[in-house]
Design a binder for this molecule. Structure first.
Ligand code: FAD
Ligand code: NAP
Length: 258
């Protein structure tokens, strides 16, 4: 890490890069000692770009207490940042803004016993970080994670999720999680196939998770495709849930994943 106290960013080293599909990579950076974040927040990562810089937001996949910083990136055709990430190799340098941001924080919720996390694509990242926090499992009795992707090969975190029972810190609670992978364009995957807003409206998600969604018990967090976030929010409003605000507690928290 190169770190000058008056700079707004540090220069971190890429430890590894994994290519999962043509458009999906995960990568890991060194973590500066001073870098603090809450599970659910995102980093601003950057590259030097001519005389200026190129910056984009990436939710941290790693646990708050991890030694390194892991991210998932969807590579967008003709996307400026995607073009740089597509060429990323171990040993390269990535700029890390010293400030972390984001209000998708489960500790902000008041009451409730069940946390329902709804994600599309890379929107699963903040939930993977949260799930490594023992306090989350102690706070909620039941956790539901629904991850919607188009095709089976995009469900790249399924193994990490099914291995949670072996996790040294949260393994003992792992039975509290109901994981619902959703492949919207791939009938080879066993499970759900409709988009998240439809699954909420039809009651199919609640049935699959074997849980009743009620304003008293349920708290919802949405992250991913902005159209999904908007439509799920509307579906939840129609079901009688309201947005959570610090001064007016509710049941819904959300973040657009891009
Ligand atoms: C709060 C926040 C958190 C984010 N976290 C992540 C993350 O963890 N992983 C990640 O890959 N991206 C994340 N993004 C998006 C990321 O910042 C970049 O926009 C993305 O990597 C593409 O950058 P680009 O310069 O190649 O294209 P851009 O010019 O930034 O984007 C071009 C278009 O690509 C589409 N797009 C952008 N990002 C995605 C995505 N993740 N999935 C599907 N379509 C997308 C949108 O239609 C967008 O208009 C996040 C964005 C925000 C605002
Ligand atoms: N997914 C693809 O096969 C595909 C194809 C061509 C281009 N792209 C482009 O590739 C980039 C990344 O795509 P991505 O697949 O990682 O992200 P994405 O397009 O956000 O799709 C991820 C998941 O979100 C679902 N989704 C999309 N819009 C939704 C909405 N309005 N409401 C509810 N769910 C919704 C998708 O369902 P659906 O599968 O039903 O869309 C899929 O299950 C984007 O720029 C996208 O436009 C994607």
């Amino acid at each position: 890490m190169t770190h000058t106290s008056n700079s707004k960013f540090t220069e971190e080293t890429v430890l590894w890069v994994k290519q999962h599909t043509q458009k999906l990579i995960t990568f890991c950076l060194t973590r500066p000692e001073h870098y603090r974040f809450h599970a659910g927040q995102f980093s601003r990562l950057g590259f030097r770009d001519g005389a200026g810089f190129l910056w984009r937001a990436y939710s941290v996949v790693s646990a708050e207490y991890a030694n390194h910083l892991e991210y998932i990136a969807v590579l967008i055709e003709d996307g400026p940042m995607s073009a740089r990430l597509a060429e990323l190799h171990a040993g390269d340098t990535v700029l890390l803004d010293k400030t972390t941001t984001g209000f998708l924080l489960p500790e902000r919720f008041v009451g409730g016993s069940d946390l329902i996390m709804l994600a599309t694509g890379s929107g699963i990242a903040p939930f993977l970080s949260m799930l490594q926090n023992p306090t989350l499992w102690q706070r909620f009795d039941h956790l539901v994670l629904a991850h919607s992707v188009s095709f089976a090969n995009e469900l790249i975190f399924n193994d990490a999720i099914t291995q949670l029972p072996q996790h040294p810190l949260v393994g003992e609670y792992a039975h509290q999680l109901h994981f619902c992978p959703i492949a919207t364009r791939d009938s080879t995957v066993v499970g759900l196939h409709h988009r998240l807003p439809e699954l909420l409206k039809s009651g199919e998600l609640a049935a699959a998770a074997n849980i009743n969604f009620t304003p008293e018990q349920s708290r919802f967090m949405l992250c991913g495709n902005p159209a999904m976030v908007k439509d799920c929010f509307q579906a939840l409003l129609d079901l009688g849930f309201v947005m959570h605000r610090n001064r007016v507690p509710g049941q819904i928290m959300m973040e657009n994943g891009f």
